[in-house]
Design a protein around this ligand. Structure first.
Ligand code: G6P
Length: 612
């Protein structure tokens, strides 16, 4: 998704802006650009393609090197293709100001008509250029840039995170947000603004987070924050939680592999302070204020997208199983448009790594408007979903950079299990049962470590199957969502077609796909449906399918049925997804690497989807 970086201070801006853009590359983009202000001139360089293409352009523009104020952008096309003209920053047609914008201006066509009638000219197909010209139009008669920005934003329907610089006030950046994140990094006599703290952390860990409908005016010697109605908003400095080391590769070839291997630590962090083993108590500070209200929950709706939706499906099983609360999972994009029924006692749980996914946010707002209590299971601290929920539990998984979600998934399942145990104990669960489950959860990080030792072997298993373009993933019960997630992982990064199914459904259609040698991954750890899954494996083998089983260590029976077995330690069924998903993540990773795919930047995908 699009990324914004801006700098105002005493240092040369260009290098800081380009480095910032590189930190945001993981979000996905298809063009990039920089605009700096030097001696009252706006100097712009932009191009379709990668940041390396942009730096090649900048190498030919030495006049852009000395400026100490500038804005920059990575664009992921929404209105108009990835061309130089459509790339940001957009300079207004009078040449007075430049703007970078994330989000969508929904009424841009109407605004464009009005501006065209006033004689404005447009060189791009973007909604963002309309916003640049609208601000420029108002700036003609406004006292200050911030006045023009504020007035323009009152005319706008849609979402934005934006940064504007102008020739008339060359020491200033004006930023604003509604529905698209913006963080201001506060340094010593300098400010780095960005749509994501990853672009700031190299310079400072002090930050001011803007809320929706707020605007900041930033100069080297200070900043002020206002509402769009021009009311001052005092802001506290907050600490950015991520260190530079955390967002660097740390010796791994790809972020995805690093994040798969970080799972034991990520889960430890998710559990920290939350499992009171001595008193057999789950402690969740984030939901404590509404803990008593939650006990009266009559129905839980998980809502999410992509991998987070798969975690939500596991959440549905966990809540029904452990807390005996009716639960369901809804695709956020469907839920928001479906006129959903939200009776009293409904709790909606939005699950999101980024906390910024547009559909999940909209579903959350829809549910809240209809009276639901809203909980968040979110990784990105201070993100919009985290701010808009009544209460929530952070994942504390650390930044997830790889587009294919891995450690966020396992931490989402951990938090769901904690929540289900927290409520279950207050309703039906005995202290003994809770204690057993808590002990098992506490052991998961070490067990994950054991699973990870099979990394090389999984690479070898994949090598024997790499020419197949169709795979099936099967699982039952708690491992059915794992099968879905295994198929999604393979699809998104290796571009191999894969389908995930509840194992017994295979015989109602997809079995027709199976032919001699076709890879079929069966998630088959020891659990109540184990024998049934073995029958499903036999159905696959009878048709020549090649079975890769994920099974419990010590299961001597499964080797008779499977061509390859990937082992996981034993654990209670509700926690099995935390272990069984890891071989499937590694399988997808190796398939992508062996097929020469760009693991961390898969084609057509974005890390954080902030458009509908
Ligand atoms: C994108 C990513 C997926 C992710 C989904 C939801 O599609 O490519 O990996 O699962 O968004 O993201 P969220 O940040 O809401 O968890």
């Amino acid at each position: 998704m699009c990324g914004i970086v801006g700098y105002v201070g005493r240092k040369k801006a260009q290098g800081i802006l380009v480095e910032g853009l590189k930190r945001l590359e993981y979000r996905g983009y298809d063009s990039a650009g920089v605009c700096v202000l030097d001696s009252g001139q706006l100097l712009t360089a932009k191009c379709p393609g990668r940041i390396s293409d942009l730096t090649a352009v900048l190498d030919t523009r030495p006049e852009m090197d000395a400026a100490t104020v500038g804005i920059a952008h990575t664009r992921w096309a929404t209105h108009g293709g990835p061309t130089e003209a459509n790339a940001h920053p957009h300079v207004s047609d009078d040449g007075q100001l430049a703007l970078v914008h994330n989000g969508i201006i929904e009424n841009f066509l109407a605004l464009k008509q009005v501006l065209t009638a006033k004689g404005h000219e447009f060189v791009s197909e973007t909604d963002s250029e309309v916003l640049a010209n609208l601000i420029a139009e108002l700036y003609r008669t406004a006292d200050t840039l911030e006045d023009a920005v504020r007035t323009a934003l009152h005319e706008v329907t849609g979402t934005y995170g934006l940064a504007v610089i102008s020739r008339r006030e060359p020491d200033k950046i004006v930023v604003a947000r509604r529905g698209s994140p913006l963080v201001v990094g506060v340094g010593d006599g300098e400010y780095v603004i960005a749509s994501d703290a990853a672009a700031i952390v190299e310079h400072t860990s002090n930050a001011v987070y803007l809320n929706d409908n707020e605007l900041a005016v930033i100069r080297p010697d200070g900043m002020k924050t206002l509402t769009l109605d021009n009311m001052p908003v005092p802001k506290d400095l907050e600490q950015i939680e991520y260190s530079l080391e955390e967002i660097a590769l740390g010796g791994y070839e790809h972020y995805m592999l690093k994040e798969i291997f970080e799972q034991p630590e990520a889960v430890r962090n998710s559990l920290r302070g939350r499992l009171n083993l001595r008193e057999t108590r789950v402690q969740l500070g984030g939901i404590e204020p509404i803990g008593r209200e939650l006990i009266k929950t009559r129905r839980v709706i998980f809502t999410a997208c992509g991998t987070a939706w798969h975690a939500g499906l596991i959440g549905e099983f966990l809540f029904e199983d452990l807390a005996r609360i009716p639960a369901e999972v809804e695709y956020a994009s469907e839920f928001r448009y479906r006129n959903p029924i939200i009776p009293d006692g409904t709790v909606v749980v939005a699950i999101s790594q980024s906390g910024e996914t547009a559909d999940t946010l909209a579903a959350l707002r829809e549910a809240r408007d209809r009276g639901a209590t809203a909980l968040g299971i979110v990784n990105a601290v201070g993100s919009t979903i985290a701010r808009e929920t009544d209460a929530g539990v952070y994942l504390h998984a650390g930044p997830e950079i790889g587009v294919a979600s891995t450690k966020a998934f396992t931490c989402q399942v951990v938090v769901e299990a904690l929540l289900a145990m927290y409520l279950g104990r207050r309703k039906f669960m005995s202290q003994f049962s809770l204690g057993e489950l808590m002990g098992a959860l506490d052991a998961i990080p070490d067990q994950m470590q054991t699973v990870l030792t099979q990394n090389d072997r999984i690479g070898e298993v994949v090598a024997g199957l790499i020419d197949w373009d169709n795979w099936l993933f099967l699982g039952r019960g708690y491992n059915y969502p794992v099968a879905l997630e295994g198929a999604l992982k393979l699809k998104e990064i290796s571009y191999i077609h894969a389908e995930g199914l509840p194992a017994a459904e295979m015989k109602h259609g997809p079995i027709a796909l199976i032919q001699e040698g076709m890879p079929v991954v069966v998630v088959a750890p020891r659990c109540s449906t184990y024998d049934k899954v073995i029958s499903n494996i036999e159905e696959v083998r009878a048709r020549g399918g090649r079975v890769i089983a994920v099974a419990t260590e010590g299961d001597s029976r499964i080797s008779r049925y499977a061509d390859s077995v990937l082992w996981v330690p034993d654990c209670p069924a509700p926690l099995q997804p935390l272990l069984t998903v890891i071989p499937l993540q590694l399988l997808a990773y190796h398939a992508a690497v062996q097929r020469g795919c760009n693991v961390d930047k898969p084609r057509n995908l974005a890390k954080s989807v902030t458009v509908e």
